[in-house]
Design a protein around this ligand. Sequence first.
Ligand code: SAH
Ligand code: TYD
Ligand code: ZN
Length: 412
Amino acid sequence: MDRVLSMSRCLVCGVDTPSFLSFGRMPIANGFLEAKDFEREHFFNLDVGFCPACKMVQLTELVERERMFHESYAFFSSTSQRMQTHFKAFAESVRTRYLADVSDPFVVEIGSNDGIMLQNFKGWGVRHLGVEPSANVAAVAQGKGIRTVSSFFDDELAQKILADDGQVSAFMGANVMCHIPYMHAVMSGIKRLLAPRGVLVFEDPYLGDIVEKTSYDQIYDEHAFYFSVGSVEDLVARHELELIDVEAQPVHGGSMRYTIAHRGARPVSPAVEKQRERERELGLERAETYARFRQNVERSRTDLVALLTELKRAGKRVAAYGATSKSTTVTTYCSIGPDLISYISDTTPIKQGKFSPGAHIPVVPHAHFAADRPDYTLLFAWNHAQEILDKERAYREAGGRFILYVPNVHVV
Ligand code: SAH
Ligand code: TYD
Ligand code: ZN
């Protein structure tokens, strides 16, 4: 049962790390493509492992970063209204907690995308810099007057920033730290640049939520790490940094915000130990937890495929909503293709008219969905359920149903 599927070296501590779950051959999660490119689609093995030493959950095979983050990156942060509100509050909390007593503060956001967070600092007249390798989304931010450099953040770029702009009062990152397998280059760059009382505040989907809710679709090429408080504490300590606060966030199905400072520079909140205790209860430090997670993932697949197959048999029209990167893991792992889901509705122009990675389900504009009104809609953007269910009240009142699969397969 606990068969070792593959083995690699832990990206953090170098210890042999066996995978506990293999999803098989997987395409690039955000690799929406045209029919002419089906033949040359790139695949890799999506396997996830647990390091027995530093407890970091991570991918055991990686995709080169240039294949994922480039000039036609498909994810634009500002497509969700709720995320705009979330990032405004994030920016406000950093400003009031950590910048109030700093004269001429300087903030750097890693993975700033279309400027969803930094637009707030720009509005307040705070010196800022976004670091965003995907040139097309970086250009949107630049178009809004947000100072953005289109590069990957690493130790080398950190030295350049230090020379050009000086020390950093606050580093921020959202849904990006987990994307960077070369974490030591990032942490040493941050250590070098951070002002004596400066902070790094970042958030990512939280391992505790992924395990508790069986949200296995958070696992895909871009997400090299699945962080917990324990593993982040260990990682930053290797760079003479210290985890001083943690705060759960309701976005993306359950995220954790981590605040980090130079070791000894700031008091450590009791929230850190409290969450560590919660992680011990959840068993995040034990391999058995991940064996159980795998069983839950297999059950989720069985239930979802059974429901979709039954709806098809009953002659129902079924579509999907939100061409998320997460959905690539679901469609590929569950073998859900255009026979079960006729199309995916999505508001992102760059995805429309293309096909989903691997499964090759057509991605259509929302107007198509609104006119078609399928009987059932599989909600791939389940992390935005509240926003979408509110928006689609008319569809639901007319009898349309949404299918969700987190934390289990159900219809609303
Ligand atoms: N922060 C935004 C975007 C998250 S998507 C949000 O939460 O909505 C992840 C972003 O990180 C992408 O725009 C990607 O291009 C960027 N990214 C990936 N690797 C990076 C690296 N090494 N340095 C900086 N940004 C990176
Ligand atoms: P999201 O779940 O944020 O990210 P990921 O790709 O990391 O899994 O993606 C949401 C997708 O859903 C994005 O392509 C935009 C789309 N979307 C809609 O089509 N309509 C909506 O109302 C919302 C909120 C999102
Ligand atoms: Zn390790």
